[in-house]
Design a protein around this ligand. Structure first.
Ligand code: 9MR
Length: 342
């Protein structure tokens, strides 16, 4: 299938493009859209929505029963992604036998509360089920394609964008030497995208990675792959920039990096944002990232990798927007202000 947006009919993309155009049109008429007026919304999701964007969080279904967790999620976010529940080990514990219980719970919660759902992740070298880890050659290829078909078909029409392939590049911009790369060769990534496109033609299809927070060897390698895919009509719609950061991160080329991908012809998304640190130093990094996304029309949204420091994968770094008691941190206000253009 071609990557022509009209042909592929990516509904979500059209919708958000329209919202951005409307917002831009209002701004052009002189309305002070995003600056401290009655227009400025007071939650992350509502503020992002004013420019047609989403603001999401990575969620674990087992915490949804905790009032503070669910209340904060429902009040502040308009998009969710499964932190682990849609990964290969969780969804296909035995080959061809799928378990969608955790993912289905998240999708139901999102739909009940008017949120979008990002899909994470169809193929990754980590968190593969043990049965897949020892496969070689065509058996591994068949397992990968069967997995993509099983999961993406199950959720077809309900996912705004899928991280089809996660973390397939090494720091030097060459391919990571994973079992997939070694067994299947360079073509495995495009095979995965083609399979995802067939299984869910409505979802935008993303490549997702970390340490791509500027123009560097790794983001260069990904850039070249995306350019090649677009030139050859391999379906790809977006690139996810995980953005696991810390205070003092060098973000001097962060926005320029997003921009070059947008100009190439894909949407860009901040997919796993968290920032180790505290206070105003932490808030500054969050502000810089949010402002970079807001400055780029094709930056369609931001996802933070969790709600509260208490459940973060790097909790000792206190990297999120809400503290252990769901109190808003300084970084929260910085993000809200940036979304509102204050
Ligand atoms: O936050 C996730 C953590 O709970 C899991 O134990 C871990 C397993 O590898 O994956 C974490 O999420 C990762 C994400 O799926 C991909 N990018 C890096 C994230 C942090 O490690």
């Amino acid at each position: 299938m071609s990557s022509n947006p009209t042909k592929r009919g990516k509904g979500r993309r059209v919708k958000s493009a329209i919202a951005v155009a409307v917002a831009a049109g209002l701004a052009a008429t002189g309305a002070v859209m995003f600056s401290g007026s009655a227009q400025a919304a007071d939650t992350l999701g509502a503020s992002a929505a004013e420019s047609g964007r989403y603001f999401g969080a990575a969620i674990a279904p087992n915490y949804l029963g905790e009032a503070g967790y669910a209340d904060t999620l429902n009040a502040e976010f308009n998009s969710i992604v499964a932190e682990n529940a849609m990964k290969w080990d969780a969804t296909e514990p035995a080959q061809g036998q799928f378990d969608f219980s955790g993912g289905d719970q998240l999708v139901a919660h999102a739909q009940d509360n008017g949120m979008e759902v990002r899909g994470h992740t169809l193929v990754w070298h980590a968190q593969q089920p043990s049965w897949a880890q020892g496969l070689t050659g065509d058996a591994l290829r068949g397992a990968m394609l069967g997995h993509i078909d099983g999961v993406a078909s199950h959720y077809a029409g309900q996912i705004s964008s899928w991280d089809v392939v996660n973390e397939a590049f090494a720091e030097d911009g060459t391919r990571r030497q994973s079992n997939l790369q070694i067994e299947l060769g360079d073509a495995w990534i495009e095979e995965a995208f083609v399979a995802a496109d067939a299984a869910d033609p409505d979802a935008k299809l993303c490549y997702n990675d970390y340490n791509t927070d500027g123009i560097n060897a790794k983001s260069d390698g990904i850039y070249d792959m995306v350019a090649d895919f677009l030139a050859r009509g391999v379906p790809i719609d977006c690139v996810g920039f995980q953005s696991h950061l810390s205070v003092g991160a060098d973000l001097s080329t962060y926005q320029a990096n997003l921009e070059r991908f947008a100009e190439l012809g894909v949407d860009v998304e901040i997919t796993e944002l968290d920032v180790g640190g505290e206070g105003s130093a932490q808030a500054d990094v969050y502000r810089t990232v949010t402002e970079a996304c807001m400055a780029i029309e094709r930056c369609t949204g931001i996802t933070v990798w969790g709600i509260t420091d208490k459940y973060s994968w790097r909790g000792e770094d206190t990297p999120l927007l809400f503290d252990d008691n769901y109190g808003k941190k300084e970084a929260y206000q910085a993000v809200l202000d940036a979304l509102n253009g204050v």
